[in-house]
Design a protein around this ligand. Sequence first.
Ligand code: NG6
Ligand code: CA
Length: 505
Amino acid sequence: MILESIRLKNTLLLLFLFPLFVFAQDKPNVVMIYVDDLGYGDLSSYGATKIQTPHIDQLAKDGIRFTNGHSSAATCTPSRYSLMTGKYPFRKSGTGVLPGDAALIIDQNQITLPELFKQQGYETAIVGKWHLGLGNQVEKNWNEEIKPGPLEVGYNYSYIFPATADRVPTVFLEGHIVQGIDPKDPIHVSYKAKVGNEPTGLENPELLKMKASLNHGHNQTIINGIGRIGWMTGGVQSRWVDEEVTPTFTDKAVNYIRQHKDNPFFLSYHATEPHVPRMPSTQFKGKSGLGFRGDAILQLDHTVGEISKALKDNGLYENTIIIFTSDNGAVLDDGYEDGAVTQLNGHNPFGPFRGGKYSSFEGGTRVPFIISWPKGIKKSQESDALICQMDLLSSFANYFKKPLANQSELDSENIWNTFIGKDKKGREYLVKSAGSQSITKGNMKYILPSKGPAISKLTNTELGNNPEDQLYNLAQDPGEKSNIAKENPKIVAELKSLLERIKNK
Ligand code: NG6
Ligand code: CA
């Protein structure tokens, strides 16, 4: 009798726990590998022949490779803003490339991609580049807690650097705290005027281990032999050594996976490669034969391999969704003499597209976009559906069956079935922000007239600016060589008014 009642109790307990157990196990982990300035043609899975990226290519073999995937903008901050909030960057002013001392630009009361996962019981973390601002104002004390930041907009854990690797302060923050702060050597940062009396690239070029390109402005405080944008003094113990940045981030990501293997997690790994300054670790220096930019891509591929391995070693790979994409297209000379131009060796980072980072042409925003999920996506698929990174927010909300309260304000669309390869159709249209805005609908792409320069003198990029309307048929002319606006006034008018409507939504 007693025995039976214990048995019954156990059965009831099991019945009660079973659904929880199954559900917890079933939730896929998500690893978002968001990289910096990687071009459409930079991966062997996207046609590169002068460089091999086997670990990233493996993700495509284990899932789906998109050929019409986009960031919402051709630079970092606005693309990241969209990824986080599901909104076009032009909905908010101040979403252009931020200086290293900028305040947080994400409204804490709105849903974000990591917040969505948090609401579903996930552990959420970001490791890597941030570039969305920190604190409530520009003037801040880097030697005390700095907030709001990633922890206030959806992440439970963060290990980041504030802006870009070429901007001061060149420090890591774990949560709210700069690592290695020392009250005897406080950090000061300014983007207005020199602080302290440390050497700058402008005054002491003989101290540089990598020269800055002419006129780019990477000639302020020298850290680790590299001139930066912005001035910094103090915090010697906090400063990174560029060669160690990626090994540090990789370790953090791998440890995070190990430590969270029993709970569903959303991990954003925001790599710094191949953004400038390209200063790979000794293991990769000189390895690609394409200069430091190529070496940085090999280093990135290695990290992706380490992340995949950590997932496999912990039995998580099958049920982890890995999303791999880049915040904008490729650029060669973005501020330093690092061999990107002189040792290009026939490598084509732009693939079949015109323009690159900063450009309204496809090279600005059409980027590698791969999703692997062995348990949920058929292997080795390819899709030419029009998709954008900002769609991840509404798509995951749909996957969790949690429609977003503010969906009507968002530009993010639910294209979940497209992301997992069940639907070959993506968005109907997409607006992209670069120098001048463009809209793509079906095969047709319209670029608004703009008086800006046709070519950036600094980076030698075709920016896509033209005082006339531009219309391209991307199916026939992916390289946007022949402007067919004059012959197609009706399509131009239609796309122009659609663009206006979206902007005034
Ligand atoms: C530009 C920098 C460039 C890079 C970029 C940001 C100059 C002339 N160029 O202003 O080197 O830092 O900003 O890149 O200062 S992004 O990928 O983070 O948007
Ligand atoms: Ca970038």
